[in-house]
Write a protein that binds this ligand. Structure first.
Ligand SMILES: Cc1cc2nc3c(=O)[nH]c(=O)nc-3n(C[C@H](O)[C@H](O)[C@H](O)COP(=O)(O)OP(=O)(O)OC[C@H]3O[C@@H](n4cnc5c(N)ncnc54)[C@H](O)[C@@H]3O)c2cc1C
Ligand code: SF4
Length: 517
């Protein structure tokens, strides 16, 4: 079967879903190919055990690490991609992230575009994804042309207390930017009910501003948009000159199907986009499609993260905890010459989820049951930038399967950030309990399988020798091939990546609309 479209988009997550959304109004014929299905709406969406212990929404894919050892990557194949499970912390990169930054283990390179170039797209993405936030609280944030479209999600009392204590200690806690469809001024009519099962869970009531709910679902009735689910793209074919993608090969229901379009946008997530290009090697592109630079799959980043649980004697009865961020250590400080990164809250611990994440660590709570631990826990997420290292890369084997070689960078900075968090907690009234109860922290470093923040395998740039994509995210070596997901990141900063992928999809969408006009 061969059908022709104006644009084919491969993958319906933050990049692909947002791109489809912005192109749809043009009336152009768009085919959205998604390997997964709609995420089922079921009670398990909000149950910790199926989500965190059984991994109900994690793909059964097998990938291989540097040593050829197989693992199950934490990737999510659904309409909406990883955003179906995300925490919806929708941060802009800091202006400095677009510049070169020196780290303890090397250089985070400058982007070919500045924060100023991205700013209007960030504003549009924040409007589309209904981001809640408060201007002017975070000392590292860049200038904004528009205020946040929604007021910040309020702190619950325990988090407000931590925020106040931190401010008294001279820090600058801020309301974390968040994409949930919450109307606190009119709770009875709010789509979001502000529940405890948000970060890492799908939203049963479709109140999370994910790429399915916000970008793809509104397109389903349109005549010019076709969504095919269960459609795994396996290969891209080109004309004899190797300059134009002429066929998108799909495996669906066990059949091979081929689709055609004037423009093809790969948005399968950083690892899978690289996989598709590498598996599309041909005589004209022997090292993989668009890979004359040998950069496809390289520079894989996914943040140097730590999940930390701080325990205090008093209970933490917060329901929706992900409301506070701290960027006082984002860049170098007077006491430490390297950037450390971002501190934010994550979803509130509960006993079942903790058991699933790191069972052996729970033995550190000899006097408390796991439920006691969870009740008292205050949960933090520490993010340090990892560097785009060429050896950290996705390759594929003869069978087309993903091999992911990754070694962390900037561990020293990440450890310093952890040290700063401990100092910070002394200002939050936990110090006394620390003495009383031997207050402790549980550190859950993320293994290679935790590839939630994957980015960087097809970086954009001005030099075809060192980048895969040009500044419009078109492959240097092809005339109609784009990559529009987190693959394009030349560096990842130390804040969550989704808003940048969304903003970039809007930016590239505008370029494509101009090109097709
Ligand atoms: C648990 C979790 C929490 C997170 N929390 C946050 C957060 O709070 N804030 C934040 O900014 N980011 C967060 N992230 C990361 C964020 O979700 C990703 O950065 C973002 O979704 C990446 O967008 P993408 O378009 O690159 O890929 P994705 O959103 O993953 O989309 C890729 C899509 O391509 C499809 N696909 C893959 N291969 C193929 C193929 N061969 N053919 C067809 N389709 C294919 C996939 O099924 C998927 O739908 C989180 C992620 C996870 C998993
Ligand atoms: S907090 Fe709101 S958006 Fe998140 S899962 Fe609950 S209802 Fe959905």
């Amino acid at each position: 079967m061969t059908e022709h479209y104006d644009v084919i988009i491969i993958g319906s997550g933050a990049g692909g879903g947002t791109l489809a959304h912005t192109l749809a109004a043009s009336g152009k014929r768009i085919l959205l190919l998604e390997r997964g299905d709609f995420l089922p709406r079921e009670l398990e969406n909000w149950e910790p055990k199926p989500v965190f212990v059984a991994g109900r929404y994690i793909s059964p894919d097998t990938w291989f690490d540097r040593d050829g050892k197989q693992f199950q990557p934490q990737v999510h194949y659904f309409v909406g991609g990883a955003t179906k499970l995300y925490g919806a912390a929708l941060y802009r990169l800091r202006p400095g992230d677009f510049e070169e930054i020196k780290h303890v283990n090397g250089i985070s390179p400058a982007w070919p575009l500045s924060y100023g170039d991205f700013e209007p797209w960030y504003s549009r993405a924040e409007r589309l994804y209904q981001v809640h936030g408060a201007d002017g609280e975070d000392p590292t944030e860049g200038p904004r042309s528009e205020p946040y479209p929604w007021p910040a999600v309020s702190h619950e009392p325990r988090i407000q207390q931590i925020c106040d204590d931190l401010a008294k200690g001279g820090y600058h806690p801020f309301h974390a930017p968040c994409g949930i469809l919450l109307n606190e001024a009119d709770r009875p009519r709010s789509t979001c009910i502000r529940c405890a099962t948000c970060d890492g869970y799908p939203c049963l009531v479709h109140a999370k501003a994910d790429a399915e709910v916000i970008a793809v679902r509104p397109l389903l009735g349109r005549d010019n948009v076709t969504l095919l689910t269960g459609a795994e793209v396996t290969r891209l074919e080109t004309d004899d000159a190797g300059r134009t993608v002429t066929g998108v090969v799909v495996s669906r229901d066990g059949n091979r199907e081929v689709y055609q379009a004037d423009i093809v946008a790969v948005s399968a997530g950083a690892a899978n986009s690289a996989k598709i290009l590498l598996n599309s090697a041909s005589d004209r592109h022997p090292g993989g499609l668009a890979n004359g630079s040998d950069q496809v799959g390289r520079n894989y980043m996914f943040h140097n993260c730590k999940a930390i649980v701080a325990l205090a004697k008093e209970k933490n009865d917060t329901v929706f905890q992900k409301t506070l961020g701290i960027n006082d250590f984002y860049f170098a400080t007077k006491d430490y010459q390297w950037p450390m990164g971002n501190i934010q809250m994550i979803g509130k611990s509960n006993a079942e989820a903790m058991r699933g994440e790191q069972p052996e660590k729970t033995m550190f709570a000899p006097e408390w049951t796991l439920s006691d631990v969870a009740e008292h826990a205050v949960d933090f997420w520490l993010t340090t930038e990892d560097l785009p290292v060429p050896e950290n890369r996705v390759t594929t084997d003869q069978d087309g399967r993903v091999h992911l070689a990754y070694s962390s960078t900037n561990d020293e900075e990440a450890d310093h950030l952890y040290g700063e968090l401990k100092k910070i907690l002394n200002h939050t009234g936990m110090a006394a309990h620390h003495v009383l109860r031997k207050n402790f922290y549980m550190d859950m470093s993320i293994p290679v399988a935790g590839c939630a923040h994957q980015a960087g395998t097809c970086r954009f740039g001005t030099d075809p020798a060192t980048s895969v994509l040009d500044v419009n995210c078109k492959a240097h070596e092809l005339d109609n091939l784009y990559v529009v997901d987190t693959s394009f990141f030349p560096s990842i900063g130390a804040v969550n990546p989704a808003l940048t992928a969304m903003a970039n999809a809007l930016r590239v969408g505008e370029h494509l609309l101009g090109r097709m006009a």
